[in-house]
Design a protein around this ligand. Structure first.
Ligand code: TRP
Length: 336
């Protein structure tokens, strides 16, 4: 009888996002929309990974404003800071501290094999810093401090989650059980959004062509203009197909935003041309993002209220992080 009253604790989820520049429609549909969806089912911890951002050179004033704006945008998207723990990574010093313990238990060889390190050091040959090299160890610390069951990550971060699992397993084997080994979380409806100008590339704000991406905070006219200019093929039939990456990308976007299936979308636009379809996608995206932008504009105006929220988020995060960190310190042999 009593059994019925036992509430099974929610599974835990953790994810972080870097405050580097404008967040795009790709970030929204590929990751952040799922964060919003997960908050009912899971106990969620979300952070703005500002420490990770300085692995590439940042202008201090721009970095500061991007940290604020990324935090505000998470709230504007509907992430509830009361229900979840939402904080700024650098406000919880255990991330950097644990990262040191983990660094001393991570091999140079393992880090050298990380594909993102190889890519980024090729892209910034003038600044191949040690932080860029050990970035996955800091990411492992972000994760392991909160003992999450799941970490939602995109394809480009899978290798980093794998190494976090390896580091945790090794640490537990040497020192005894400290960390939970997290599983990757593959969302039911995770969308991979491609560039509007080159649909074979992922949509990215670092693209030199601003027409290639839509920012979450773009206004309606800009969004519609970018979709009108989206690169498609010369055929004019709205149908998902591997050899038509441009139109397929637009179909993915439209179906994710409207929650219609691909078949429904194809049916809706049967006999219609690309022009009509591009306009419809632009309108649908703009309508979805308009309330987000409106909430964002309100939240960012009130720095005091924003500060109260991120301070409280850090306090909640630190309570959990502290416990794991001290346990790890003790196991390694430090005097507490
Ligand atoms: N490296 C991730 C990215 O660039 C951001 C990140 C930092 C992260 N720490 C994390 C993601 C912990 C998941 C879990 O996208």
């Amino acid at each position: 009888m009593c059994q019925e009253n036992i509430i099974t604790p929610k599974k835990k989820v953790l994810s972080c996002i870097q405050p580097s520049g404008m967040l795009t429609l790709g970030n929204y549909l590929g990751a952040l929309k799922n964060w919003v969806a997960m908050q009912d089912e899971f106990e969620c911890t979300f952070a703005v990974a500002d420490l990770h951002a300085i692995t590439v050179r940042q202008d201090p004033a721009a970095l500061r404003s991007q940290i604020y704006s990324t935090y505000a945008l998470l709230l504007a998207l509907g992430i509830d800071p009361e229900k979840n723990t939402v904080f700024i990574q650098s406000h919880v010093p255990e991330h950097a501290n644990l990262s040191w313990l983990l660094s001393c238990n991570t091999q140079f060889g393992e880090m050298s094999r990380m594909t993102q390190f190889k890519d980024k050091s090729a892209k910034h040959p003038e600044n191949v810093n040690v932080g860029l090299f050990s970035y996955p160890v800091l990411m492992a610390a972000d994760i392991l401090l909160y003992k999450p069951d799941f970490v939602p990550v995109g394809a480009d971060q899978k290798q980093h989650l794998e190494i976090a699992r390896d580091i945790a397993t090794r640490f537990n084997n040497i020192y005894g059980d400290v960390f939970t080994i997290p599983e990757p979380y593959i969302p039911k409806a995770g969308a991979r959004i491609m560039s509007l100008q080159d649909p074979n590339k992922k949509m990215s704000k670092s693209d030199d062509n601003p027409n290639a991406w839509v920012a979450i905070l773009d206004d309606k006219d800009t969004i519609i203009r970018k979709f009108k200019r989206a690169v498609t093929d010369s055929e004019a039939c709205v149908r998902m197909s591997e050899d038509k990456p441009g139109i397929s990308n637009l179909i993915t976007i439209y179906s994710t935003v409207t929650s219609k299936t691909v078949a429904e979308v194809e049916k809706e636009f049967e006999g219609k041309g690309y022009g009509d379809f591009k306009m419809a996608v632009g309108e649908a995206v703009a309508d979805t993002l308009a309330p987000v932008k409106q909430r964002y504009d309100e939240i960012i105006k009130d720095k005091k209220a924003l500060e109260a929220l991120y301070r409280e988020g850090a306090r909640k995060a630190e309570k959990v992080a502290c416990k794991t960190y001290f346990k790890a310190m003790k196991k390694v042999g430090f005097v507490i």
